[in-house]
Design a protein around this ligand. Sequence first.
Ligand SMILES: [Ca+2]
Ligand SMILES: [Ca+2]
Ligand SMILES: [Ca+2]
Length: 445
Amino acid sequence: MKLRHLLSRISMEIRLFISMKTSYRPSRVAILLLLMIHGFTWNAYAQSTVTIYPSKDNTIYADNQSNSNGAGEVFLGGNNGNSFANRGLIAFDIAGNIPAGAIITDVTLRLHCSNAAQGGANPTDFELHQLLEDWGEGSSNAGNHAGPGAAATTGDATWLNNFFDGTFWTTPGGTYQSTASAVTTVGGVESYSWSASGMITDVQAWLDQPAANFGWILKSTEANSYEGRRFDSRENHTQEFWPALTIGYTESNGFTPLSLFSIFPQGLYNGNGGLNKAKDASGNHFPGNIADQVTIELHNGSNYSNTVYTASNVDLDVTGSAQIQVPSVYNGSYYITIIHRNSITTVSVNPVSFGSGPVSFGFDSPAKAFGGNLLADNGNYLIYGGDISRDGVVDGSDMADIDNASTGLQIGYYPEDVNGDGIVDGSDMAIVDNNSTGLIHFILP
Ligand SMILES: [Ca+2]
Ligand SMILES: [Ca+2]
Ligand SMILES: [Ca+2]
C-alpha cells in the first residue's frame, strides 16, 4: 500500500474513532496501521553505528625531516630515545560513510599498539589534535621496524612537507589545533581507545564540511625520551589491528521530535502531578489518556514577535506531556510557547536549540518559564488559568464571560469551563477571581 493511501486510511479511521457518532470500533487493520505509524514516527530518528578504517595514515619524523612511512604496516608516535618526536597522521572518509545531515553522537578511535619503548614501562599520554592542513600518503615503506622512516616519495607527508616535495606545512611538524580533542594514556602492547566530546565536534565538522577533513595528528606530550609507541596502520597484514573509527549518529529523516513535559494548565490540575480529563455534556471530551489539547508555537530566538512554526490541536495527556514532530528545516533556536484554551500563554525562559537531535523541554520549575510565570503547587508548577478571552490577562472581562455562561447554565466543552468539568459555574469563577486579584498576565520575551 502506498504511504499516501495508508495515511489517508489511518486519518479516516482516527476521525471515525474520535467522532464517536456510531458504535464504531477500530478494525484490527486500523490498530495495526496505527502501530506501524507509531513505529514509523519513532524510527524517524534512527540511531546507527558504523565502523570505518582510515583513508590514509602516515608518520612524520622530527629527526629525519625528509622521511616518511606512507605504505608501511605501522606508524609511530612519541619521543624516541634521543628525544626526537615522531608523530602519526590519520584520516577517515566521514562524508563517504555517514549520510549528510546526520547528527554525530559518539566517536571512538581504536588503535593497536604493537611495540612500546622499554616495554611500555613509561605510560605516556597520547593526544589527538585536529589537523588544519591537508597531507599525503605516498609509497615510502620503512618496514616493520619503522624507527628512522624511509625516504619520502612523491606526495608523502614529512616533518616539513605536507606533500613531498612540493608544498610545506605552515608549521613544521604538522599544522594542527592546539587544543587536543582527546587524550589516552598508552602503556604496553594492546589496543587503546580515544573517545571524547572533542572528537564528536571534529567528526561532525568533517561531515558537514568534507573539504576541511584532514584527520588527526597523534602525538605524545613529547616531554621525555623513550616514550615512543608503534601503532598498526591500515596497511597492516592483520586487519583486526587496523585503526578503527566507530561513529554513532542519528538521522532526522526530516523531523525533530519535540517532547514537552510538566505542562499543567491550572484548571485541569488534579493536585497530584497530573491532569483531569476535560469534559463535555456527555463525559470525557477526548479519548484515551488525552486530557485536553494545546497549541505549540516556536518563536524566533532573537525576535519573539516572529512565529516560525505552529502546531495546533496537539494532544496533552493526563501526565502533562505532549509530543510533536518539528520539520527539521527549523534548526535554529526558538522560544517554545504553550497556548491553552483558557490559560495564560507561557513561554520557555530561553530559546531552545533545535537541529542537534530530539528536544525535550518541561515547565517543571519557575526557572524554565520566561518571567518565572508559573504557579507553585506542592512541588509542581502550573500554567496560570482563567484567561478565557485569551488577551494575555486574567481580569474582569474573563469574569464577565463566566458570569454570562453560568447564567445560561452552559454545559459542554467551553473555554469558560476553566476547571474542565463540563459545567460553567462558581468553581471556574473562583480560579479567575484569584488570578485576577493577583493581576496574573502573560510575560513574553
Ligand atoms: Ca599508511
Ligand atoms: Ca483575559
Ligand atoms: Ca467548571
